[in-house]
Write a protein of this length. Structure first.
Length: 195
């Protein structure tokens, strides 16, 4: 409930802490600083040429299972899918290195944000840093400076598979490094040190 969250935020603020959030709506609702999601780049990661699957999803159910299964059913019409839905933190369940290997061996990263979530996810940044295409149901992703229609496709219940195929057929468009670095953990550390 919003009143309970507001009370907690005010209590923490009264203790002298400064707060930031990755969700623009939450930053407005709770009068917090906004800072987009961030990622720590793995320097040893290389672009994969031979993929094991076309589409990859790994995440917890969190009330999204039906949508995720419908997405998988739709995408299976045009390519191979590896979708893992768990009841635990999925990356930890398989180990983050194994998770990254699965992601690297996939043409497209898939994500399904929860209802009401508008902030950027780590999944989107993994796709950005690894130069992977992303299929997401987060309509707000189009507002970010790294968005390019060749790289990111916003899927909905009524998306036609031919539209997805057209997206897959387009070559990946490199994103400017100056844009990418704004989502690196070091950029966050610089930001926090200047608050």
């Amino acid at each position: 409930n919003i009143n309970k969250i507001s009370s907690i935020v005010e209590y923490i603020r009264a203790l002298g802490f400064k707060m930031a959030t990755f969700d623009k709506n939450d930053s407005i609702s709770y009068n917090m600083s906004f800072f987009p999601q961030f990622y720590r780049e793995y320097k040893e990661e290389l672009e994969t040429i031979n993929y094991k699957q076309d589409f990859f999803f790994c995440g917890r159910d969190k009330g999204r299972k039906e949508f995720i299964n419908r997405m998988k059913e739709k995408l299976s019409q045009i390519g191979t899918c590896k979708f893992i839905i768990t009841n635990t933190i999925s990356q930890d369940a398989m180990g983050y290195n194994k998770y990254i290997e699965e992601l690297k061996n996939s043409r497209v990263v898939c994500e399904a944000v929860q209802t009401g979530q508008e902030g950027l996810t780590v999944r989107a940044l993994e796709a950005l840093f690894l130069k992977k295409k992303l299929i997401t149901n987060n309509v707000r992703i189009k507002e970010y400076d790294f968005f390019h229609p060749n790289n990111i496709f916003v899927i909905s219940e009524d998306t036609d598979v031919l539209t997805v195929q057209d997206f897959l057929d387009r070559p990946y468009t490199d994103v400017d490094k100056d844009i990418i670095k704004n989502y690196d953990v070091y950029h966050l550390l610089n930001y926090l040190s200047n608050l």
